[in-house]
Each structure stands twice: as structure tokens, then as C-alpha cells.
Design a protein around this ligand. Sequence first.
Ligand code: VGL
Ligand code: ZN
Length: 211
Amino acid sequence: MTRSPALSPPAEEDILLIVDIQNDFCPGGALAVPQGDAIIPLLNRVASRFAHVGLTQDWHPKGHLSFASSHPGKRPFETIEVSYGPQILWPDHCVQGTEGAAFHRALDVPHAEFVLRKGYHPAIDSYSAFRENDRRTQTGLASYLRERGFARLRLCGLATDFCVSSSALDALDAGFSVSVILNASRGIDVGGSLEKALASMREAGVSLLNA
Ligand code: VGL
Ligand code: ZN
């Protein structure tokens, strides 16, 4: 594992954003991240140290553009061109209202202050909790966090190389100081995506920590 500095005690203007701890991203789910559920105990402990925590939830309508099943002849993990550029196709996952879209039952963060749902536009995927994959549609989260006075954002969850890294990079872009807690996150790792994501976060100035 990468050697990373340790997470320091949270300050009042810090918020922890826990990304997509949903059944479909855990073993047995439709788009299972290897050992996705293994991070939950640590993540619960980390969350208990933060006064402020938010959750994100991948939340797709049936027939979503990001599903391979919406494109005849295409298979999961292939990349296609859509109106906003390349899009990886996924197995159907996190369909609104299903058990797969529900938070994992081991997630125990009762003091979470909000749940940000994303990926609900039928024709736009959204890895980032801030900006959808068309890079134009804002979710409103940056304004919300700014208005509440947060300056530092800590991120962890699933998947390191998609929703966590995209959210981290966009948060940085929005002017927040950003860290990712690597040992409370896990990656999907398709076609070298994990190494790529770690490199782009390092390069951009996201601090990579361990709790
Ligand atoms: C995610 C792929 C598709 C994630 C969500 O949470 O990282 N990855 N939808
Ligand atoms: Zn998704």
C-alpha cells in the first residue's frame, strides 16, 4: 500500500464526504468493488470523529445511458462515445429505489447531515458529486458547502478511481482544500484506472492520506 501521511484531527470547518457506500458496489452487488465492504468499519470510526459528514448515493433511473444494457450489442466495461465524450458502460447498478441502490447496512453514520444523490439525469452519468460527466451540469454541492462555510473536504468511499477521484478533483477546482483517505476507499480498477486516478489526484494537489 502507498505510504501516505496520517489524517489529522478534524477542524470545525472540515467536512467528511462518504461516497457511494451502496449494496451494488459491495461484494454480491451488480458492480461490486473488490473488498468494497471491508472499508466500512474504518469509515464508520473516521466519520465518528467528524462533526460534519455528508453522504453521496449513486441514483440512476432504469435504462440509464451508462448501462451497457441500454446500448444493444455493447457489453459492460466497454467505452462508447456519447454527446459529452467517452463513457464507460457499466452493468445496471444503483437503480432508484432498489436494494442495490440502498446504503450498505453496516454503514453507521447517523450524524450525516445530507445525502447528495447523483446520476439521476437519464442521459448524463455523474461520477463526481459536484459536476456531471458532461462537465457542465452542476449538482449544487459546491455552493451548498461554501454557503455552510466549509473550507476543507475529506473524501473516502467507493470507488477510488471513479466517484471518489472525480469528486476530489472537482472539489479542488471549486476552491476547497481536499484530501482523500485512501485506506477508507477502494477502487474498481478497469484498464489501469486506479493508478491513473491516483496520479491525477497527486498532480492536481489532492492530499492522499491514511486514517
Ligand atoms: C461509480 C461507476 C459507475 C462509483 C458509480 O461510485 O465510483 N462508478 N457509477
Ligand atoms: Zn453509477
